[in-house]
Design a protein around this ligand. Structure first.
Ligand SMILES: O=P(O)(O)OC[C@H]1O[C@H](O)[C@H](O)[C@@H](O)[C@@H]1O
Length: 281
């Protein structure tokens, strides 16, 4: 089946391959809400209490964080992109690959928060065993601009299992819960058995995540940092759009630029990508 270059004003877009890999995207926020590779279960977590209210971000999937991470600046938490109205520019749907391109530009409202003219373009590409996000930000203004970014990916964790991340051994971190810096742990595996909210610096471009549902590769380029977050049981009770029993049902492993914000001169572009792929069994 070939159905190229379809433009649509839909609120949601569904990508699929002929072998039944699937990905659903909410156009608002350029938010990937679900992803199942061919022949495999859903890999992303979405809270059953996630609000359909468009003023709220979805609680799960892959929120797009821009131009500020968390509360590390004067803007609303995690910036404005995750609830902004993006434009669906292009959808390509072929047998083995499908993609959607979404664009966000400044508006009079964003200018009030953040006085910069920009174009942010996100292209999401689905193949049978992988999901790739390519992201470009262009400074369209006449002044230098700085920003932080993250792909705040919520991975499902199998009931009764602990998420394990491989690849963070040589990365120093900042623990947002204790506000303490830590030297590189030297430990090959980070097994998440409790609440965690840490920013790992200068992380390798290839990480492995074990969720009990299978093993995923996280390949990233242009995102030096990795944020690891889960609220666990006690934290879940503090979050309105998360059920009490969902605190350990996911792990967020976020490809990010947080420690050193990106700085763009006028007419300069920033490019980065993240690819999630299933390891061979
Ligand atoms: O509740 P949200 O605004 O979606 O933020 C959820 C979490 O995002 C990041 O991972 C931060 O490091 C956490 O501190 C924050 O709690």
């Amino acid at each position: 089946m070939m159905n190229n270059n379809k433009k649509t004003n839909a609120d949601w877009i569904a990508l699929h391959t002929k072998n039944h890999a699937r990905c659903n995207i909410r156009v608002q926020g350029a938010h990937i809400a679900s992803w199942s590779p061919a022949g495999r279960d859903e890999q992303l977590f979405m809270s059953r209490l996630s609000s359909p209210d468009q003023s709220q971000p979805l609680r799960g999937g892959i929120p797009v964080i821009f131009p500020q991470f968390a509360d590390l600046g004067p803007l609303p938490k995690h910036g404005f992109a995750r609830t902004a109205i993006w434009r669906l520019e292009d959808v390509q749907q072929n047998d083995d690959t499908a993609s959607a391109t979404l664009v966000l530009t400044d508006t009079p409202e964003s200018m009030q928060f953040w006085p910069h003219s920009f174009t942010a373009t996100i292209r999401i590409t689905l193949t049978d065993q992988a999901l790739q996000v390519d992201w470009q930000v262009r400074n369209e203004g006449v002044q230098t601009m700085s920003f932080q970014v993250a792909l705040h990916t919520y991975f499902r964790v199998a009931e009764g299992k602990f998420a394990t991340i491989l690849g963070l051994a040589n990365s120093p971190s900042y623990n947002k819960l204790t506000q303490e810096k830590a030297a590189a742990s030297g430990m090959d595996q980070l097994i998440v058995k409790n609440a965690i909210d840490s920013i790992y610096a200068q992380t390798p471009d290839h990480l492995i995540l074990q969720t009990g549902l299978g093993e995923l590769r996280i390949d990233k380029h242009g995102f030096p940092d990795t944020v690891v977050w889960t609220p666990w049981d006690e934290g879940a009770r503090q979050i309105a759009d998360l059920a009490d029993d969902e605190g350990r049902a996911f792990i967020c492993v976020e490809a990010a630029c947080v420690n050193v914000p990106i700085t763009l001169s006028p007419q300069q572009n920033w490019n980065a990508s993240m690819k999630l792929g299933c390891s061979e069994e």
